[in-house]
Structures are given as structure tokens and as C-alpha cells.
Design a protein around this ligand. Structure first.
Ligand SMILES: Nc1ncnc2c1ncn2[C@@H]1O[C@H](COP(=O)(O)OP(=O)(O)O)[C@@H](O)[C@H]1O
Ligand SMILES: Nc1ccn([C@@H]2O[C@H](COP(=O)(O)OP(=O)(O)O)[C@@H](O)[C@H]2O)c(=O)n1
Length: 231
């Protein structure tokens, strides 16, 4: 190699999908940080468009009303895994998109095809722009958004483990109610017509129920390194 320059690795695209509370965000952020890749939380984008619809009084029972305004809000995601950001029309919405209200309404908004087309375009352009590659997490990344990803992971965990993790985050939340809400959202996300939550045929499934977060991160980092080494 000339001048001792480091070899330039081809950008690597990693898709991580799975239901809520399986560890997608924590794992993806850590893997991206460890490997010097960008990071995209696609759930945050669907939450952001939902927040905008709620704030603007759109009737979320009416898919036609949602479709009519799907192109209006400008959603911008910052892809640094150390400090991911999300804005809508220039407003930082990283806090407001995590409210109970947005969480309970996001599945209805994300089921609308016009919303998905819009957000999928954003996701593909962010992935294409990532200089060293990107870890993208969501529900349909391996199946629809980036079907040619270099590595696809599908994370799972028992509903009990997922509810315990989520209610640990939401201080004081009842585990039973959290479990019911998770199951309801997964069912809506898995049964919608357009681009449902699904494991791609070529995804590696990792059941995280009995694994620590550190073990899941190590497992995914190893899989990415093996891919890069052409194994
Ligand atoms: N393997 C694991 N064991 C224990 N807790 C975990 C594990 N993976 C993630 N968590 C925790 O569970 C919560 C939900 O994880 P998160 O990454 O947000 O899941 P998702 O993005 O799939 O909804 C977080 O508080 C996270 O720290
Ligand atoms: N690629 C994606 C990502 C999220 N979503 C939607 O966005 C919602 C919120 O995603 P999220 O990843 O923030 O959810 P949590 O698992 O973090 O609670 C999901 O319940 C889906 O309705 C989607 O439809 N497609």
C-alpha cells in the first residue's frame, strides 16, 4: 500500500429489524459506534411524522387525511450514533416523539402507504450518503427499504422480557399494561398490508431473551466483521 495509507473498506450496510423491546436501538447504536458507521433509527422517523400529525390535528382514524398531508413535514435525521438527532420543520422532537400518545398512534400512521413511500425515500438516501456505511434499524429494513443490505439481523425476545425492558425505561409503568400495549402494536405492525414487520428470508435471527445487551452487541459486531472479511 502506498504511503502506508489504511485500506479503504467498502461501506457496509447493516439492517436490524424486529419487534419492540428486542434491543434494536441499543444494539444498533453501539455496533455503529464501535465500527465507525452511521446509525439510523427509522422508528424515530415514523414517530416524528406521527407527532406532526397529532400537533396539526389530523384525523388519525382517516387514512385518506393522513395520506393527503404525508409530504408536508420536513423530517431530518442526524446519523451520528453518539448523538442521533431528529427534527421536524427545524424543531427538535427527540423528546415529544416518545410520549404515550405518539406511541399509541404511530402504527396507524405508519400503515399508510403514502407515509411509507415518503419515509422509505429518506431512509434510502441517508443510507446511500453514509461514507463508511450505516446500521439502519426498524421493521422492514431487510425486506423493503434495503433488500441488498450486506447483513440482515432479526432480533426477537419473549413478550415478558420485552415488557420488562420497556417498563424499566418508562419509570413506574405497569409491566402487564406495557406487555399488552407491545403485543397490540406488534400485531398492528405485522398485519398491515404495506411493508409489515417481517424477517427477511436471508436475515440472521438472534433471540435476545437470555442474552445481555453486551452479548448481543458482540454477536452483531462479529457478524459484521465476518461479512467484511468475506466469510
Ligand atoms: N439483551 C438485553 N438485555 C437486557 N436489556 C436489554 C437488552 N437489550 C436491550 N435492553 C434494554 O431494553 C430497553 C429497550 O431496548 P431498545 O434497544 O430500545 O429496543 P427496541 O429498539 O428494539 O425497541 C432498553 O432500556 C435497553 O437498554
Ligand atoms: N421501519 C419501521 C420502523 C418503525 N415503524 C413504525 O414505527 C413505530 C415505532 O417504532 P420504534 O422503533 O420507535 O418502536 P420501539 O420499538 O422503539 O417502541 C413502530 O411500532 C411501527 O409502527 C415502521 O412501521 N417501520
Amino acid at each position: 500500500m502506498e504511503n502506508g495509507a489504511a485500506p479503504t473498506a467498502k461501506p457496509v450496510i447493516v439492517a436490524i429489524d424486529g419487534p419492540s423491546g428486542t434491543g434494536k436501538s441499543s444494539t444498533s447504536k453501539a455496533v455503529a459506534a464501535q465500527l465507525g458507521l452511521s446509525y439510523l433509527d427509522t422508528g424515530a422517523q415514523y414517530r416524528a411524522i406521527t407527532w406532526w400529525m397529532v400537533t396539526n390535528g389530523i384525523d388519525l382514524e382517516d387514512p385518506t387525511a393522513i395520506a393527503a398531508v404525508a409530504g408536508k413535514p420536513e423530517i431530518v435525521s442526524g446519523t451520528d450514533p453518539a448523538a442521533p438527532t431528529i427534527t421536524v420543520d427545524g424543531v427538535d422532537v427527540s423528546g415529544p416523539i416518545r410520549t404515550q400518545e405518539v406511541t399509541s398512534k404511530v402504527s396507524a400512521v405508519s400503515a399508510v402507504p403514502e407515509v411509507r413511500t415518503r419515509i422509505t425515500e429518506l431512509q434510502r438516501s441517508l443510507a446511500a450518503a453514509a461514507e463508511h456505511g450505516i446500521v439502519v434499524e426498524g421493521r422492514d429494513i431487510g425486506t423493503t427499504v434495503l433488500p441488498d443490505a450486506d447483513l440482515k439481523i432479526f432480533l426477537t425476545a419473549s413478550p415478558e422480557a420485552r415488557a420488562a425492558r420497556r417498563s424499566g425505561e418508562l419509570k413506574g409503568a405497569d409491566v402487564h399494561a406495557t406487555r399488552e400495549a407491545l403485543i397490540k402494536r406488534d400485531a398492528a405492525d405485522s398485519s398491515r398490508k404495506t411493508s409489515p414487520l417481517a424477517k427477511a428470508d436471508d436475515a440472521v435471527e438472534v433471540d435476545t431473551t437470555e442474552l445481555t445487551l453486551a452479548q448481543v452487541i458482540e454477536c452483531v459486531v462479529t457478524l459484521v466483521e465476518e461479512k467484511r472479511a468475506g466469510k
